[in-house]
Design a protein around this ligand. Structure first.
Ligand SMILES: Nc1ncnc2c1ncn2[C@@H]1O[C@H](COP(=O)(O)OP(=O)(O)OP(=O)(O)O)[C@@H](O)[C@H]1O
Length: 263
């Protein structure tokens, strides 16, 4: 369903700053796969997500969605197929627009321009219904400017917006990392439920080893631009965070984030 075939990306090639961010990466996700992605600093995790989203174009290799090569499509051309939530709660929403205006943008994502911008009564009801699932009381605050929401509320809304139009692939880039533990737990719970309800094919980058093991049906570990470990649901269920840290320990030159070690 999502196929990453021999994808490589080098930043600043042939200079002193050369960085091989992805080295001949192969990854195939089947419909409904929920893959957690871990790795040392600079391993290539964000670059991998960026090549799927079209924010970065790989030097060689092919990214395909549902069998069609999307490698040449720009980010906005993949927007209807790819939903994304970033670490920064400010990144996924427009602070000066109200909750309903933000959801209206999510609703129109990937559709032709020129459609009515107005929020009809029917739409408003659908938005309120969707917001109810977040259990944050936002369904009663449709006219509130998003900039007034807390980080956790904004991130929950970002998740709702990224998944509102049923993307083919959902990309989560450390989307709970900037939240306090309670809010992170809430957003993780919402993530599991929306991914399950909609059967979304998902790639989730995390530094949290516990989260990486508890969430999803598959886990990959990256190091120096390569996927060096790929475990399925059964094996993942047997693993502990210590096992993952031991895997990191085997890697030469792996710099593991403090956040990872603290989990
Ligand atoms: N836009 C860019 N320009 C230049 N170099 C980049 C760019 N994006 C990433 N890199 C480099 O590519 C390598 C992989 O970076 P990437 O951000 O994908 O790693 P990561 O696994 O997401 O790391 P982290 O966990 O630290 O966020 C690093 O050496 C990084 O410095």
């Amino acid at each position: 369903m999502l196929t990453i075939d021999s994808v490589s990306k080098t930043f600043f090639p042939h200079t002193v700053n050369e960085r091989r961010a992805l080295v001949d990466v192969n990854l195939e996700l089947t419909e409904g796969d929920f893959v957690t992605v871990i790795g040392s600093n600079g391993a290539g995790k964000s670059t991998l997500l960026n090549t799927v989203a079209g924010r970065i174009h790989q030097d060689t290799g092919v990214v395909s969605l549902d069998g069609s090569d999307v490698s040449r499509l720009k980010e906005h051309q993949r927007a209807a197929q790819v939903g994304r939530v970033f670490q920064d709660p400010m990144a996924g929403t427009a602070p000066n627009l109200s909750i309903e205006e933000n959801l209206s943008l999510a609703d129109r994502r990937g559709r032709p321009r020129g459609l009515s911008r107005g929020v009809t009564k029917a739409k408003r009801e659908r938005f309120a219904e969707a917001l109810k699932q977040l259990e944050l009381g936002l369904e009663g605050r449709l006219k509130t400017k998003v900039g007034l929401l807390s980080g956790g509320q904004r991130q929950a809304l970002s998740l709702l917006m990224a998944t509102y139009s049923d993307p083919r692939v959902l990309l989560l880039d450390e989307h709970t990392a900037a939240l306090d533990p309670q809010r992170a737990e809430l957003v993780t719970r919402l993530t599991r439920s929306v991914v399950e309800d909609k059967g979304l094919t998902t790639l989730m980058v995390t530094h949290n080893m516990v989260q990486a093991l508890e969430v999803g049906n598959r886990l990959i570990m990256m190091h120096e631009g390569r996927i060096i470990l790929d475990v399925g649901a059964e094996q993942k269920a047997q693993m502990t965070p210590q096992d993952l840290l031991a895997e990191f320990g085997k890697l030469k030159g792996a710099v593991v984030d403090d956040k990872t070690l603290l989990q």
